[in-house]
Design a protein around this ligand. Structure first.
Ligand SMILES: Nc1ncnc2c1ncn2[C@@H]1O[C@H](COP(=O)(O)OP(=O)(O)OP(=O)(O)O)[C@@H](O)[C@H]1O
Ligand SMILES: [Mg+2]
Length: 155
């Protein structure tokens, strides 16, 4: 990727270092170009790792014009007006598969848009359903993040 310094690109896995919020957003924007209907992008990373920042890039790359707060707005926001509807979910406060099932998010995931899920690892088994898994880590340098993108073929 042009914006990505230190990229070790292999067939399905890519490791990038970003050095600012802008670079993380640009990486999300770049990824959005390859995303298609039905894709589920899982985001893993500690508090403040840059997951939301990455999602903002995806939304901007799709050309989304804004989001609608749904009834369970703390968990899902829907961005419309772009190339694909974007379901942005944040499972920070969801800690069990039972709780996840009761919210009814599966309905969105399989409704033909693009789902991007922060804290996907909070719900056991959900990461396995992702077509792309993005892991963000704090890097030693201030303001830098290591971002791994794994494309899971056949998903
Ligand atoms: N390289 C970088 N990429 C992304 N964010 C960075 C970077 N360097 C510093 N930051 C800062 O880290 C924070 C990332 O916030 P963001 O909300 O995206 O994290 P998050 O992973 O979604 O956290 P949460 O788990 O609370 O949802 C912001 O304050 C941002 O300015
Ligand atoms: Mg976030």
């Amino acid at each position: 990727m042009d914006e990505c310094r230190g990229s070790k690109k292999s067939f399905m896995k890519e490791l990038c270092i970003t050095e600012s919020t802008q670079e993380t957003e640009a990486l999300g924007r770049k990824l959005s170009e390859e995303l298609k209907e039905g894709d589920v992008v899982g985001l893993v990373g500690e508090l403040g790792a840059g997951k939301t920042c990455f999602v903002k890039g995806v939304a901007s790359g799709l050309g989304s014009v804004g989001y609608i707060k749904s009834p369970s707005y703390t968990i899902i926001n829907i961005y419309e007006g772009g190339r694909l509807p974007l379901y942005h979910m944040d499972l920070y406060r969801v800690s069990s598969p039972e709780e996840y099932d009761s919210i009814g998010l599966e309905e969105y995931i399989y409704s033909g848009g693009l789902s991007v899920i922060e804290w996907v690892d909070n719900v056991a088994g959900l990461a396995d359903e992702c077509t792309i898994l993005v892991t963000l880590k704090y890097s030693e340098a201030d303001g830098a993040r290591e971002i791994e993108i794994v494309r899971r073929e056949g998903k």
